[in-house]
Design a protein. Structure first.
Length: 152
């Protein structure tokens, strides 16, 4: 004879679901305990925030370590479109672009990212070549420029 529990469901059908949820909770708590033990799940990536406001990049110079994974976060605080055009410092470098910007890629890699008003774009990459490089906004009439310094 099948016994019926709450809401008319047979108990035999409810027990496997309860066991599944118990396993899920156990695994979730194990993952939380491991994270609390101080073992990072992913390496920390340094983030450099660059504000775009009043037709300028702030800060005007960003220093990056060659060979270290890096994240540049561009936030457009203006009410107009802006672009970030790297000139040579991302040539041949693999770049991951996230956010609501529109990236454009070419043969040498990332050509530019157009960032909408109140938008943002994040670039993750590993800088390769030491040196001082410029990036600009190439929108008509915008004379914005800043520098990336890559050191060893």
């Amino acid at each position: 004879m099948i016994q019926y529990g709450m809401r008319g469901h047979p108990r035999e059908l409810r027990r496997p679901a309860l066991r599944t949820w118990a396993c899920v909770l156990l695994l979730a708590s194990f993952g939380r305990a491991e994270a609390e033990a101080g073992e990072p799940s992913e390496p920390v990536v340094p983030t450099h925030q660059i504000a775009i406001k009043s037709r300028s990049f702030d800060p005007p110079v960003v220093r990056l370590k060659a060979g270290a994974r890096t994240r540049l976060e561009f936030r457009n605080h203006d009410s107009e479109l802006h672009a970030v055009v790297p000139q040579q410092w991302l040539a041949g470098v693999t770049v991951s672009v996230t956010g609501n910007g529109a990236p454009e890629f070419g043969e040498d890699g990332l050509r530019r990212v157009i960032i909408p008003a109140d938008g943002h774009a994040e670039l993750q990459f590993i800088p390769r070549r030491p040196g001082t490089f410029q990036y600009i906004c190439d929108m008509p009439g915008h004379e914005m420029q800043a520098l990336i310094e890559i050191y060893e």
